[in-house]
Ligand binder design. Structure first.
Ligand SMILES: Cc1cc2nc3c(=O)[nH]c(=O)nc-3n(C[C@H](O)[C@H](O)[C@H](O)COP(=O)(O)OP(=O)(O)OC[C@H]3O[C@@H](n4cnc5c(N)ncnc54)[C@H](O)[C@@H]3O)c2cc1C
Ligand code: FES
Length: 312
């Protein structure tokens, strides 16, 4: 059984990048070791009464200790009695030993992420992780192996969900390309982290400041058009419209497509239903919770007619 831990963890680094993005690291050994590619965490900012809801963030990476000695949180004693909630996924071995650090790549968009940007080494946050089904949940484990090649497709901060899958695929000897689109060059963060794992990188920006001008789905469409007859698996994370466009391309060219959703969330634990999306089915089965059944879905299951992001 995979596990989720709800802990108070210490910040070890919070590095500013371009375009209002940050890379934050937490000392969180149990959570790092339980994390599988494509899972996420809920971050709780302590002592901020106006930011009650936890913020969902993809787990960008797990790593061995950074060399920066983390100071333990002031209320470290509560860590021993912290709740440990068994989730329903089975634990899998990862290709590296005992990671202790969890990293998240985030962009400032509102109050919660602005406060995250103020975190300093030694500060504490509440972290519930790992959450959700990753890209390689049991029923999808063999999909990548069945494909000739994997296409990682990221829109904006959706890039954060794809680094761990990229590394796991590369270690399994599965070839992959990265397609990454964003508003401007400052939003194309993390590209160098992918370069060791992928064969080729295609970039696009809406303002044309780097790579192709326009949406990344255009070079993706050209790529698929030129390679009819090959079998691709698309693994996509980004805003709804981009997920939908990628799902349509996958359908048109007959490829499998996994989408990782970034809907707004309340609890992150399957209780409030605030993250529900429409999927194929009737009655209760017509809805699926992004936090527990997702965030990764087979694109063929999702009802793409309209965006359903409930206001929480
Ligand atoms: C599974 C999952 C993984 C995510 N991973 C990351 C990540 O790795 N890095 C990252 O930067 N962000 C990620 N997000 C989005 C992140 O949770 C939101 O940006 C964050 O909660 C915003 O909090 P805030 O208080 O700063 O903004 P708020 O004040 O809550 O909102 C500010 C603005 O952002 C919009 N907004 C807030 N959340 C979302 C959302 N989920 N989708 C679209 N618009 C939104 C609001 O409508 C509003 O316009 C993820 C979301 C999910 C569900
Ligand atoms: S966020 Fe509450 S059920 Fe998904």
């Amino acid at each position: 059984m995979a596990e989720m831990y709800d802990e108070i963890v210490a910040v070890t680094e919070n590095r500013p990048l371009t375009g209002g993005h940050f890379l934050v690291s937490f000392y969180a050994p149990r959570q790092a070791q339980a994390t599988r590619p494509g899972q996420f965490a809920m971050v709780r900012l302590l002592g901020q009464s106006d930011v009650l809801l936890r913020r969902p963030m993809s787990i960008y990476d797990v790593a061995a200790r950074d060399g920066i000695e983390p100071r333990m949180p002031r209320n470290a004693s509560t860590m021993r009695g912290q709740s440990r909630i068994a989730s329903h996924r089975s634990k899998r071995r990862r290709g590296f030993e005992s990671p202790e650090i969890i990293r998240m790549l985030y962009k400032i968009v509102g109050r919660g992420t602005r406060l995250m940007a103020e975190l300093k080494p030694g500060d504490s946050v509440g972290l519930a992780a790992p959450l959700g089904q990753g890209f390689f949940a049991e029923e999808r484990e063999s999909l990548a192996e069945q494909a000739d090649h994997v296409l990682l497709v990221a829109g904006g901060i959706g890039i954060a969900a794809l680094l761990m899958p990229a590394r796991e695929l590369a270690r399994a000897g599965i070839g992959q390309d990265l397609f990454f689109g964003a508003r401007s060059r400052a939003d194309l963060v993390g590209v160098s982290d992918f370069e060791p794992w992928v064969k080729a990188v295609t970039l696009a920006t809406e303002n044309g400041s780097r790579g192709h001008r326009g949406y990344i789905t255009r070079p993706l469409a050209n790529y698929l058009e030129r390679r009819r007859g090959r079998r691709f698996l698309l693994m996509v994370c980004g805003p709804w419209g981009m997920l939908r466009a990628s799902a349509e391309l996958a359908k048109k060219y007959g490829h499998l497509c996994l989408v990782s959703m970034e809907n707004r969330m309340g609890c992150g634990l399957g209780v409030c239903l605030g993250c529900s999306i429409r999927v194929e089915g009737t009655g209760h089965e017509a809805y699926s919770r992004v936090c527990t059944e997702g965030p990764v879905f087979d694109a063929r299951r999702v009802v793409w007619d309209r965006e359903e992001i409930p206001k929480i």
